[in-house]
Design a protein around this ligand. Sequence first.
Ligand code: 9MR
Length: 370
Amino acid sequence: MNFRATRRGFLQRAACMGLVSFLPLRAEENISGANSLRAYADARGLLIGCAVAPEKLRDEAQYAHTVAEQENLLVAENAMKWHAVHPAPDKYDFAPADSILAFADAHRQRVRGHNLCWHEGLPDWFQSIVTKNNARQILTEHIRAVAGHFAGKLHSWDVVNEALNLKDGRPDGLRKSPWLELAGPDYIDLAFHTAREADPRAQLAYNDYGIELDYPEDALKREKLLDMVRGMKKRNVPIDAVGIQSHLTAGVKAPGDGLREFVRKLHDMGLQVFITELDISDHKVQGTMAERDAAVAHLYGDYLRTMLAEPNVTAVLTWGITGKYTWLNHQNPRSDGQPQRCLPFDAEYKPTPAFFAVRNALTGASQHLL
Ligand code: 9MR
């Protein structure tokens, strides 16, 4: 064994863990084959993936190559949302989403569905057509058509997305979304039952954000989410997993004990946990690129080591793969105009230190049988 390589590997791992910060990570290091994220995840029975756009898989070779090489799980960033698959009340369009499944098939990857019911991403016709009289029927028909179209082919579905919003002031924490207002609070049960009937093989998840940190508002949202899921289990509503989106920010509070306890409570309820939309914004980090990268990588490592130690955390997806296309460039643009370095690859498809932090965290994950 090459001593220099081994020593470098050790130092890099130490750097990713934040133990030493002086060592520049070498981006040209081999990241293919056995050194890819997917190989590391495969070895532990874990799923590692990212959100993708079908037109980029088709049109941009480097994007497609990186996704194929690094991931064993894909999710459509937008291509399975209502506006994309249901452009008119009586019209469905599955072609772009189907092309993601074809890509995944060609590269031995699983696919998860996002999402069947959300207050955003609705088509233009929604507002003029959906009323209290027909909302339950339209929701049911949509889920039957969409989950039915992909039946048997998906790893999981985000059945309901972001149904909680404590600011709306309801005791149950539910968001005053169009679905709540038009279909009533049990629209969530209805969505899960319909999804199970349409695709008995996909694991069914509830997905949300703002539950990761030890802030009081995050802690309260975790409580409301647990209450909601407990109620669903009691009523025999088919739910298999909770998705923790994990849009984090470097340089502010890091997730703490609250999240770990939450994951364990979900475990005790027989639920899996998917990290569904991980990215780490660097818009609050000043300094050199190396300093930004170190802050982002440090949080990736910390977060994933904590989460992957829990046996019910079985899938990790980043929200995109390259800083070139991340939604954060629009949502949280950096004041210096630089693209965010919030993902495992930068805008030039070079692996960021976050890549190595993710890969390193995968080595410490508990073993899973897929
Ligand atoms: O990244 C997505 C962006 O391209 C879309 O314009 C937006 C609205 O559909 O949704 C973004 O993805 C969101 C995801 O679907 C749900 N959680 C929050 C994500 C970031 O806003």
